[in-house]
Design a protein around this ligand. Structure first.
Ligand code: ATP
Ligand code: MG
Length: 424
């Protein structure tokens, strides 16, 4: 496996930063996720450099440096437009609150730095110039065995930082690995620490799990370990069959956060509840609004017999730009719950797309009459009746889009006005 490392494709700027620090006599390595990925023969997303040099020494060694997180020892070296993060070897003091260490100390020894890391497969360091791999916790062996195992005592590591159990399940899902038995067994006992973790951090890990090709088994493992009940009781407490279908729908859904979330939640909550749930997990307002909307309208299989006016009303509430997302959610749900409805759903989708393609009037601003025109036709000044008249016209064109010409709408307005119940 070390051969994979020697053949890995490491970006030039990263090599240059490592060479410079070594030239100055500092110990320097690639660390964490990138070493794991290179050993697995997967191209890393980013390359983190760790060094014995103190942050000031790193700053002094390069022309352009951004002090990204200098108090934690991280600086960003800018070389020819590329950014390389360099972090001084550190160890961490005791964790007092289950969230962050009471202190960090800079270290000269890479093994100290690797000891504070979460899992053995994430606790390897590699120097590509000397072709030296530092693997004090048998990370290579666990990679081979496809195991997620804590560095040291799982119980202790999970008690220090409550996010780690969720990261363990996330890595298991993303990599398709198994949790080592002692790592897995430590999760239920440390759930109280997990409860204290900021929901932004939980959300970040949860999204990585949800977006992975093995989301379904990841969600199941979250449930089995008790983690899910802490931040997503809606799923953890659902009927087993409903929960199973929800997990499956999320996994087969198109690869976008909001679509996967809506597919997961569609049969567990209402639109407004799904929106609140997303806000609770610190998703953006925009994402929460979209998920709420998609959940609200997700059950398209109930609309297979809908008339064109009913489908136009659906498009009016959904917004035409959201139609592809809604179809993606509906497809995932039908796939998971009633695959025999697939052809009928595709037909409905084609009808909705055809209706949308004709650009029918759906909302007040699509009307062939402006508010001013409506007031002139009715002979009134601004008053609540204008709103009522507008709503009447919108309903009329939703029923029959061909009414949307100035003349026909004016006729419709005059009839409405003269009706015994219409108008003032
Ligand atoms: P990914 O490919 O998903 O980014 P990664 O391994 O790079 O995976 P990061 O969250 O970017 O994961 O963290 C980088 C490294 O920092 C990890 O590989 C691990 O060594 C260490 N690390 C991150 N979070 C923790 C934590 N909560 N406790 C201990 N070590 C951690
Ligand atoms: Mg990373």
């Amino acid at each position: 496996m070390i051969a994979n490392l020697h053949n890995a494709d490491i970006p030039r700027p990263v090599i240059e930063v490592i060479s410079r620090l070594r030239e100055l006599g500092h110990a320097v390595y690639l660390v964490g996720g990138c070493v794991r990925d290179m050993v697995r023969q997967v191209q890393p997303k980013d390359f983190d450099v760790a060094t014995s040099a103190l942050p000031q020494e790193v700053q002094a060694a390069f022309r352009k440096v951004i002090p990204t997180g200098i108090q934690h020892g991280t600086v960003t070296v800018v070389t020819g437009g590329n950014h390389v993060e360099v972090t001084t070897f550190r160890s961490e003091g005791d964790y007092l609150d289950g969230r962050r260490p009471s202190s960090v100390a800079f270290e000269r020894d890479i093994v100290k730095d690797l000891s504070r890391r979460d899992f053995t497969i994430n606790a390897m360091a590699y120097n590509p110039l000397d072709r030296e791999l530092v693997d004090p916790f048998e990370g290579q062996k666990d990679l081979q065995a496809q195991l997620i195992r804590c560095v040291g005592s799982a119980q202790e590591r999970f008690s220090e930082d409550g996010l780690r159990p969720l990261r363990a399940v996330r890595f298991a899902a993303v990599l398709g690995f198994t949790l080592d038995a002692s790592t897995r067994d430590a999760i239920p006992a440390t759930l109280d620490v997990f409860r204290k973790v900021a929901l932004e951090r939980v959300r970040e890990e949860f999204v990585k799990l949800l977006m992975s090709p093995r989301a379904e088994s990841g969600l199941l493992l979250l449930e089995q370990t008790g983690l899910l009940d802490v931040f997503l009781p809606e799923l953890a407490r659902a009927e087993p069959e409903v929960a199973r279908q929800a997990r499956h729908a999320a996994q087969v859904a198109a690869h976008a956060q909001e679509i996967r979330l809506a597919a997961l939640l569609a049969d567990l909550s209402t639109g407004p509840h799904a929106r609140d749930l997303c806000l609770r997990l610190k998703f953006s307002n925009k994402a929460a609004d979209l998920v709420g909307l998609l959940v609200e309208h997700a059950k398209l299989e109930a609309r297979l017999e809908d008339s064109d006016p009913a489908l136009r009303r659906l498009l009016a509430r959904l917004g035409v730009p959201q139609l592809p997302d809604l179809l993606a959610v509906a497809r995932a749900r039908v796939e998971a719950r009633a695959p025999e409805l697939r052809p009928a759903l595709e037909q409905l989708g084609a009808r909705l797309e055809a209706i949308a393609a004709t650009k029918p009037p759906l909302v007040a601003r699509d009307l062939a009459l402006t508010g001013k025109d409506i007031m002139a036709t009715l002979g009134v000044s601004p008053s609540p009746i204008v709103g009522e008249a507008t709503r009447f016209l919108v309903e009329a064109v939703l029923d029959d889009p061909s009414l949307n010409t100035p003349e026909r709408l004016q006729d419709a307005l005059r009839n409405w006005r003269s009706r015994p119940t219409g108008g003032a």
